[in-house]
Design a protein around this ligand. Structure first.
Ligand code: 5GP
Length: 192
């Protein structure tokens, strides 16, 4: 029974959780679908509205907060809000699939607390803060200030890893992908 199940991938920005989530989606397309978050940040690079995020104005975001439309939401970076819409999760469960989240650490723990027994909360661990910083620089999507903010936040987030069900060390991507597959298969009891 996949309906009602949540797979949460959380990590400091730059740990590679998005790559792992994409890998899981590609491996189990019949079982799992991605929860498209809402955000008040502008679109970046090749991102698409309704695919990567639902892009909202700060006013639209606030309105949805006051209408209680979010399962969880957060000001992940000063002035930038992200949140999980209830309708998004219900849409996926209605198809009989489990939902996978690419979400920041606080949001991940928030969902874990709401859905204790029906969720698998995975913390993706970068090999080190230094490597995380290098990865953020090489993806060249963020300004120097944004990278500095993300690194500072990562240092705090690493301390919460033990609150998750399990962690994956993302040092070697192929190994991390294999570990993620194994954990998801076990959690959803997928055969084969
Ligand atoms: P980015 O701006 O790099 O796409 O995302 C910034 C951070 O916000 C990432 O850690 C991402 O996982 C997180 N994030 C994305 N969607 C949500 C959400 O719905 N809720 C929360 N709490 N964080 C989110």
């Amino acid at each position: 029974m996949l309906k009602g199940k949540l797979i949460i991938f959380s990590a400091p920005s730059g740990s590679g959780k998005t790559t792992l989530v994409r890998h899981i989606l590609k491996t189990f397309p019949d079982y799992i679908e991605f929860s498209i978050s809402a955000t008040s940040r502008p679109k970046r690079g090749v991102e698409e509205n309704g695919k990567d995020y639902h892009y909202l104005t700060p006013e639209e975001f606030k309105k949805k907060v006051s209408n209680n439309e979010f399962l969880e939401w957060e000001e992940v970076y000063a002035g930038t809000h992200y949140g999980t819409l209830r309708t998004e999760v219900e849409r996926i469960w209605a198809k009989g699939k489990a939902v996978i989240f690419d979400i920041d650490v606080e949001g991940g723990l928030n969902l874990k607390n709401q859905f204790k027994h029906d969720s698998l909360a995975v913390f993706v661990m970068p090999p080190s803060i230094k490597i995380l910083e290098e990865r953020l620089h090489s993806r060249s999507t963020d300004s120097k200030e944004s990278i500095a903010r993300r690194v500072e936040k990562a240092e705090k987030e690493l301390k919460t890893a033990e609150l998750f069900d399990v962690f994956i060390l993302n040092e070697n991507l192929a190994e991390a992908c294999a570990k993620a597959e194994e954990l998801v298969k076990e959690f959803l009891q997928i055969e084969g």
